[in-house]
Design a protein around this ligand. Sequence first.
Ligand code: FEO
Ligand code: CA
Ligand code: CA
Length: 704
Amino acid sequence: MSDLSRRLLPLLGNPGHSGGARDAMTCLYRCGNACDHPAPNSSANPYLGDIVSAGMSRRGVVQASAASALVLGLGGSLVSASPAAAATPVAHGGGHHKPVPQKAGKLTFQAVAPNTADAVTIPPGYQTSVVLRWGDPVVPGAPKFSLTQQTGASQSKQFGYNNDFVGVIPLPGEKNRALLVVNHEYTNEDLMFPGFVSQDALTSDQIEAAIAAHGLSVVEIERVGRTGQWKPAKGHRLRYNKRITALSTEFKLTGPAAGSAALRTAADPRGYTVIGTLNNCAGGVTPWGTVLSGEENFNQYFVGGDAVDAATKTKFNRYGITTTARYPSGSRKWDRVQERFDLAKHPNEANRFGWIVEVDPLNPGAPPRKHTAMGRFKHEGANVIVARSGHVVAYMGDDERFDYLYKFVSEKKYIKSDAPWARKHNLSLLESGTLYVAKVTGDSPAAEIDGTGKLPKDGRFDGKGVWIKLVSGNRSFVPGMTAADVLTYTRLAGDAVGATKMDRPEDVQPSLRTGKIYAAMTNNSNRGVGANAPADEANPRNANKHGHIFEIVEDCGDHTATKFTWSLPIVCGDPAAADTYFGGYDKSAVSPISCPDNVAFDSAGNLWISTDGNALGTNDGLFATPIEGKEKGHLKQFLTVPKGAETCGPFITSDDKSVFTAVQHPGEITGASVEKPASVWPDGDYAKPAVIVTWRTDGGPVGS
Ligand code: FEO
Ligand code: CA
Ligand code: CA
């Protein structure tokens, strides 16, 4: 036992606000204590009005024969849409949807038991290793990491803090090299800086290091031998390696709201460029080999919200920006090094965050973009599928209690080709299109939904839904709001059209096998509490501690449709509890799961789910379950992460040999510090967020 491990905090955690599951320290740093405040959605959400019905015209049903020919008949393989997938077996992003059944068969790994170990625990017959940890060099020439001498300049060349989304992009023509793209969602200064006393006591260098520890990393990786293990590539020019930071990286704004008045600032009077990206949570890989990344709890980084005018306060409040005090609780006070974070001086700066970011890892010189056509909210992430018509459809969640599910349908169609002209075209797909928000209804009598999670008489939580059109190109479908208004204040547009309040929609991912869409509703401690919206069939438990999975089947399997059916295949929690449901599978045979957050698929179509804030009292983990057929709902825990950590990613390579997982905020337990860590993972000294890869020792597929 090392000296440090002897100093491990004995704490299991200091309950925060997220259903009592998350540690208070996580609540503070990750979302600025969002749960301390009333949920920002105070709308009454009236039923659909005439104007909304008028906007619900069906689009994209007629197949455009010429363009469709470009995308049809090009192979229905799961990963066929990825430009380099044919050469490289690691792509697993969105793709052209040609339904194929989920492969039959069981998951073969032995479920990992719930635990509170300060370790990554995996099934027998598997191995795991760290790929990259906080502070590892990313850009050639990066200085060796020094805990005591962190600066914005050094951190801008090193792997950032609190890795969340993980994507693997194949390198054209390479079987054993790829680009790992990772989000760095937020920082925890208590666990980053030795001797941390308070945010006020940090030096300018330390603040800049924290700002630079936000953003993304792009790192070339290589396979170890013929195994499923991957490590950072060495020994050659790493021309793709790149840090994108909140400190200094310039982004381009695209789409109808770019250049609009609300996006102009003193630094950018035209409203077309933004410095940095904030709180990048989940994301997705596109069929054209780019990465999408969601800007989530951006609200917490700004100060001075109390000084803006009343109309601006209304908008800020809907996004959770503090307007009653100069400093939000736990503020990092970044205005000390960059004045733009002071809304009293630069009220529009906050409007430049909350977007979907697109990064092209294969073109390191290209500026990352923020796509205004995809709306502005607390974006968890975005995942793309190519509809039968060739339009690209992105599914997105707004991660806040009582907020909404969205989808975006591109105006233009995907072209399946590696030719430079085709890629250029595909890179423009998310710049124009139609944005929809979901309204759902249940098919069981309201009286049968009692808020306990008891199944209604028809045996299923299920029903119908409509995608309500908010904006299409420059045309708004929301009365009193311009297209730029709808895109910049999308939550207010969703309120106006009566969107359905959901239990914190996190990651939303289409299955490229079946075309069905799966959304994680992580939890909602306020559901049915006080004056808050009560349980409904889509969110059937009051004070929802454990969350559920929401499945969408688009009308006729057409991802551009405006109608869908839905059901809840999994209602999470302790399988022994009456309020849980695992697709009808024998509950004595499934693993307990709580607070689903990120979802992914392997090539067989099994659903993988990572958790954030296990309210059952054990460590977070990664789970997998078949989602069709006899084994549907046979959920098994694949791994657990160390104390205090959240499981993010995950990403399963399309050869099914490797599972990439982000271990976020290990040791984030109130009272912990660098000197007195609550976790010493991964190196035995102090806690470091890191990306790991897990593979089967015998080289077989990780799932079935
Ligand atoms: Fe960053 Fe929605 O979790
Ligand atoms: Ca029902
Ligand atoms: Ca998340």
